[in-house]
Ligand binder design. Structure first.
Ligand code: NG6
Ligand code: CA
Length: 541
């Protein structure tokens, strides 16, 4: 788009209007001299890319066909074929809110004690005015937008959904937002366009509670016969679109989302946003935050039955379709070479999270965790080790790396690529390392240490070793989930196996975390334990 060229031109024109003739003549010379540079600025544009972060919800390491999974994801594979595949990239946490918090702030989630799975009425988790990926890029001339799942809280508590819902993304650096407020299994089941609920009829105001029934809309408990599929107690609150949700909603009927249309809505909105940004001179950052394959699984009819792996597989097909639409739009706009696309996931996979939707049966032998242990919620590798692809055809050669990378590093890395380095005295984004050379393939060094988080605790790993310190919270959580929430059946991806004690794994020799070697290497465990403590106590410079 030649942003710098256009800016320079208008600066020249403006000053020309205030100058006498001789200077104008001189300026004309300068201008001629400037023209070739303006063509060079096309290259510098390619060096200062747009960023499209495609962030799926609960996609596992082996859910993508380019990562060896059986579900066909040709459009995501295209990104891998033209880009850089990471086999050791981690979300910061094995649940959504903390991972998103970390991606946007460049901080490990444990720095904010509220960074845990949030309910749909939770206040905004990120302090307005703090440094975020969006605010930093916006400050440096980027147009910034978030479209899709938010789940980082909104407002300041006791949100009134019938007026402006603020603060939210627009107060922490995004120029525009179009959101699902929390998760697709949580109320309110409406879209938020900027500060306002879309299509809200003021005569039918929204009321939300996570404590008790509000109004008289049917719930999964009171009217199980209205459900598409039955659910556990937690997912038996208000029924929206024949699906029981977590929490209670009354009102806002005209504004309710239809799960089967959600992919199309978000995709269209993202394309519109990119088209608008491309028509202007600004580079852009779009955080395309997808809802697939998070529960409830209700993909559009055109995908149902198509994957061979039940509704979860079908939802992954839908995600692939959506991503293909974005790639096509970039091609159409001739913006593909100017855009760094990141494809990843907020946490590892889960197969049974509360709805009796047939996934456990229909998923067959597919193991979305691939060679890794565990899944969503856990500190095992598959909780956070997720697909991660970086595609930027003008800059990145098709390649693969097994270097250690954290999504927490996107902030500092994007800042470097956008030629907007973080100042050293900023006491924010302290956990984010500039790994831009690794991202684009110029260098092969990854992180030396990475902390990951599961429910109730952290693990730490270096190039070879991973320490999971003893952690009672984890055991309690596992019992809670596998016994109570899943009707005693357990979830094959989250089932605990860990009871007590600390674990040390040699990830190079034993990537599947099968053998605890802590007794054989106490000094390694001690070194990692001390490093974790140090990082937890004080951000490392
Ligand atoms: C859990 C929900 C689960 C899911 C998860 C958040 C229950 C029993 N389970 O509390 O369904 O919504 O939160 O997932 O309530 S995440 O990917 O957004 O972190
Ligand atoms: Ca998630």
């Amino acid at each position: 788009m030649g942003a710098s060229y256009a800016a320079a031109m208008s600066a020249v024109m403006l000053s020309a209007m205030q100058l006498p003739r001789l200077e104008i003549a001189l300026l004309a010379v300068a201008l001629v001299a400037f023209v070739p540079m303006s063509f060079a600025s096309d290259t510098s544009k390619a060096e200062r890319p747009n960023f499209l972060v495609i962030y799926t919800d609960d996609i596992g390491f082996a859910d993508i066909s380019s990562y060896g999974g059986p579900i066909a994801t040709p459009r995501i594979d295209e990104l891998a074929e033209t880009g850089r595949t990471f086999t050791r990239a981690h979300a910061s946490s094995s649940t959504c809110t903390p991972s998103r918090y970390s991606l946007l702030t460049g901080l490990y989630p444990f720095r904010n004690t509220r960074a845990e799975i949030l309910q749909g009425d939770a206040p905004l988790l990120i302090e307005p005015g703090s440094l975020t990926l969006a605010s930093h890029l916006a400050e440096h001339g980027y147009h910034t937008a978030v479209i899709g799942k938010w789940h980082l809280g909104l407002g300041e508590g006791e949100v009134n959904w019938n007026g402006p819902v603020t603060p939210g993304p627009l107060e922490i650096g995004f120029d525009e937002s179009y959101l699902m407020p929390a998760t697709n299994d949580r109320v309110p089941c409406v879209y938020l366009d900027g500060h306002f609920v879309e299509n809200l009829d003021p005569t039918d105001p929204i009321r939300i509670s996570y404590r008790q029934q509000v109004g008289d809309w049917p719930t999964g408990m009171s009217h199980p016969e209205l459900l598409r599929y039955t659910a556990d107690g937690q997912h038996s609150g208000t029924i929206v679109n024949s699906i029981g949700r977590i929490g209670f909603q009354h009102g806002g009927e005209a504004a309710l989302w239809v799960d089967q249309e959600m992919a199309e809505k978000f995709t269209e909105r993202a394309i519109e946003t990119i088209e608008r940004a491309e028509a202007s001179d600004e580079p852009w950052f779009v955080f395309f935050s997808m809802h697939q394959p998070h529960l409830p699984l209700a993909p559009n009819d055109q995908f149902v039955g198509k994957s061979g792996y039940g509704l979860r597989g079908d939802a992954i097909l839908e995600a692939d379709w959506s991503i293909g639409m974005l790639i096509d739009a970039l091609d159409r706009l001739d913006a593909r070479d100017d855009t760094l696309i990141i494809f990843s996931s907020d946490n590892g996979p889960v197969l049974n999270d509360g709805y009796n939707d047939g996934t456990l049966r229909d998923n067959g032998a597919h193991d979305p965790s691939g060679p890794y242990r565990g899944g969503k919620y856990t500190l095992w590798e598959a909780g956070t080790r997720v697909p991660f692809i970086a595609s930027w055809p003008a800059r990145i050669e098709p390649s693969e790396t097994d270097e250690l990378f954290g999504q927490v590093d996107l902030l500092a890395s994007f800042a470097a690529l956008a030629d907007a380095p973080l100042s050293n005295d900023v006491a924010q984004a302290v956990d984010s390392e500039d790994l831009s050379p690794l991202l684009v393939g110029d260098a092969s060094r990854g992180r030396e240490l990475l902390v990951t988080q599961g429910i109730g605790g952290q693990a730490i790993q270096d190039e070879r070793w991973k320490l999971i310190p003893a952690n009672n919270a984890r055991r309690n959580f596992a019992n809670h989930w596998t016994k109570r929430k899943h009707g005693g059946e357990g979830n094959p991806l989250t089932s605990p196996q860990i009871t007590a004690g600390a674990y040390l794994f040699d990830l190079i020799a034993d990537p599947g975390e099968t053998t605890n070697v802590i007794d054989r290497h106490p000094e390694v465990a001690e070194r990692l334990r001390a490093a974790l403590e140090r990082i937890r106590e004080a951000p490392q410079p």
